[in-house]
Write a protein of this length. Structure first.
Length: 248
């Protein structure tokens, strides 16, 4: 059983509760053009870069394609909402990231959001410096890899950065495209279900699941106090699913 040496996090829906803010940005901008997107089309944007989401919706909704030439209005509105409403952490996320960092494991963020949104969110959570600051090479946004999730590009770049095999890493993800992306890169996944839209389908492809990070924090803290390495604890939890802790 390989010990875990690096942890990769998605951002939206995984570290921060922002999917509703992104959906609201899409709704507002569309309504200003007299459009209302069906729920099934909104679901197709979940977990993908703004560019990939825009292209998919435009291919399925002719009026949308005629009304907009690109994702820029949606990104701009999302930024406005994020700054206005503030950053909301998934319960336990900040403490979990700090625990992983204190244990000496490598950390990366691999997100479909742009670097500006990622750094803003991490700063709002008070953990930006844990990931190396605003110019960090451990932050991978939409502009840093070619193909959106569910393609593995972002996670493959993260693997190359930490110089580790997939067996020594784990991904925390909430969306089906994100879970599939990590699996395509050969990495095991913990599905974070706190605000996930497609729970049943995503968890089929994940190796473990939590409602939020409070499910595992007590276990981690107890084992660390007992002198156990966090990387070994993570590896055991993944290897011995279903877990001894959590809501499952």
């Amino acid at each position: 059983m390989a010990e875990i040496r690096a942890v990769f996090f998605d951002l939206d829906g995984t570290l921060i509760d922002s999917e509703s803010q992104a959906s609201e940005a899409v709704r507002q901008v569309c309504e200003e053009k007299g459009l209302k997107l069906p729920t099934f089309l909104l679901e197709k944007t979940y977990g993908k870069t703004w560019g990939a989401a825009f292209a998919e919706v435009a291919s399925l909704h002719p009026e949308f394609a005629r009304a907009f030439s690109g994702p820029e209005p949606f990104v701009a509105r999302y930024r406005e909402i994020l700054r206005s409403e503030g950053v909301r952490a998934i319960p336990g996320a900040v403490e979990f990231v700090q625990t992983v960092a204190d244990a000496g494991l490598d950390l990366c963020v691999v997100s479909g959001s742009g670097r500006a949104e990622i750094t803003h969110a991490l700063k709002g959570l008070g953990i930006l410096e844990i990931f190396g600051g605003p110019s960090s090479t451990r932050i991978f946004g939409a502009e840093d890899y070619a193909r959106s999730k569910p393609a593995p590009d972002g996670f493959l770049k993260a693997l190359a950065h930490v110089s580790l095999p997939p067996t020594e890493t784990v991904v925390f993800e909430d969306s089906l495209p994100g879970v599939l992306s990590a699996r395509a890169a050969g990495i095991r996944v913990v599905h974070v279900q706190a605000v996930a839209w497609t729970k049943e389908e995503a968890q089929k492809h994940a190796q473990a699941r939590i409602q939020d990070y409070r499910d595992w924090l007590p276990e981690f803290e107890a084992r660390i106090r007992a002198g156990e390495r966090l990387g070994r604890t993570l590896a055991e939890l993944l290897a011995n699913w279903p877990p001894r802790v959590g809501h499952n």
